[in-house]
Design a protein around this ligand. Structure first.
Ligand code: SF4
Length: 171
């Protein structure tokens, strides 16, 4: 989205990623709330929390959010980092991208979001349009599906189209 600048503050444009199922830190918040200077038991929890973050599907987005929201992510483990590590990462980002690094990251996020939306709503190519018409002519209209198809359903649709094509060739 070149030239576009949202009226929102940069940090508000970096949103916490969505997950359909609860993350490890939601299931076991106690593990994620320790300070680095705490007891050995707390240190073990921190290491455990870091391991859980390593397998978290939204770790990259979580880290971006935590770095750009220093007050909200002031304490505890976020995306496998401690408060001290996040402070170091913020310094490195400022060195690399400038003092306004949150805005730079937010702009990139906006551009990626716009590209994803554009890809989702991109018009079909001529070739794709022909395949859709051919399928509709051969098999009738598809039922409306407001959700993403499973791979089994996709396979079934490919089979349905190929069967229709073969039937037309034979006919
Ligand atoms: S990466 Fe973020 S959301 Fe995922 S478990 Fe760690 S702190 Fe929670």
């Amino acid at each position: 989205m070149p030239g576009f600048r949202s009226a929102l503050p940069a940090s508000d444009r970096i949103v916490f990623p969505f997950t359909a199922s609860p993350t490890a830190c939601q299931r076991r918040p106690g593990l994620f709330s320790h300070e680095e200077t705490s007891t050995p038991a707390a240190q073990a929890d921190i290491e455990h929390a870091k391991q859980l973050c390593a397998g978290c599907p939204i770790a990259a987005g979580c880290l971006k959010w935590a770095l750009s929201h220093p007050s909200e992510a002031r304490l505890g483990v976020w995306a496998g980092t401690t408060a001290r590590q996040r402070t170091q990462l913020r310094r490195r980002l400022a060195d690399r991208l400038g003092a306004d690094w949150v805005a730079v990251v937010a702009d990139r996020e906006d551009r990626r979001r716009a590209q994803r939306l554009a890809a989702r709503y991109a018009p079909l190519t001529v070739h794709q349009t022909r395949i859709v018409r051919l399928d509709r002519d051969l098999n009738g209209p598809l039922p409306r599906r407001p959700r993403r198809l499973t791979s089994d359903e996709q396979q079934r649709n490919v089979h349905r189209l190929l069967t229709g094509v073969q039937a037309r060739k034979a006919g």
